[in-house]
Ligand binder design. Structure first.
Ligand SMILES: O=C(O)CCC(=O)C(=O)O
Length: 222
């Protein structure tokens, strides 16, 4: 699979490496939060280019009622024992574990990769609730490389907000928060986020370059 690659030549010269984890935390309603750190990974264009070429991307299909539909992005999943496709991803997981393991109570162990080839690729509204995320607080850390695409977050319908701490964010215009993520940005969803909020990367009618999202998750969260 050939993926169009557009990067700045400057960034391509950098060896990919994560910086210290120093995110800004936004407290969300219902016990959820997001941490965001812009440009966490240096050399993100080089990492994008390597992953686009090296990862054995899979096109998947899903059953939707009585139809089989193409999943609108390419995927690869690396389980706990799998070697990651680039040493920079091992370094990222190590840095994330150093920063978050005490709070999370366990390390990030699995790594999911999504390749959004252009604006037609997307992921629909969902929480990572296959597994423990449906009942327990957890964290999902997302590194984005390549072109920026908006990741949207909105509170799930029908969940009480009583008891939210003062200042907790319950969603922007129309209840939706928007984070434009690419070029080495880090976003971590934590607390109850997977079961009380949903996230999505919507399709875009504008021309947009490819983006790879790398999701680090603890055991039993999908
Ligand atoms: O592309 C992203 O950053 C989000 C990916 C995602 O939500 C998922 O794979 O479950």
């Amino acid at each position: 699979m050939r993926v169009p690659v557009q990067e700045s030549l400057l960034d391509l010269c950098d060896e990919p490496a994560p910086g210290p984890v120093r995110p800004e935390r936004v407290r969300l309603a219902r016990g959820a939060w997001v941490d965001v750190q812009r440009g966490w990974l240096a050399g993100s264009a080089e990492l994008f280019s390597r992953l686009a070429r090296r990862v054995p991307w899979r096109a998947e299909c899903r059953q939707m009622y009585d139809r089989t539909v193409d999943v609108p992005r390419l995927l690869r999943f690396y389980g706990e024992e799998s070697e990651l496709p680039d040493p920079a991803l091992e370094a990222c997981r190590e840095m994330l574990n150093q920063h978050y393991q005490a709070e999370l109570g366990e390390p990030f162990r699995t790594t999911g990769l999504c390749l959004y080839r252009d604006g037609r690729d997307s992921v629909a509204w969902h929480g990572d609730t296959i597994g423990r995320g449906s009942t327990e607080d957890t964290m999902v850390a997302i590194l984005s490389v390549g072109a920026a695409r908006p990741l949207l977050l909105r509170p799930r319908a029908g969940i009480a907000t009583a008891g939210d701490p003062k200042g907790a964010v319950s969603g922007g215009k129309g209840g939706t928060l928007r984070y434009n993520l690419g070029h080495g940005d880090l976003l971590v969803m934590g607390g109850s986020c997977q079961r009380t909020w949903e996230h999505a990367v919507p399709k875009s009618a504008h021309s947009t370059g490819p983006r790879i999202s790398v999701q680090f998750r603890p055991r039993g969260v999908r």
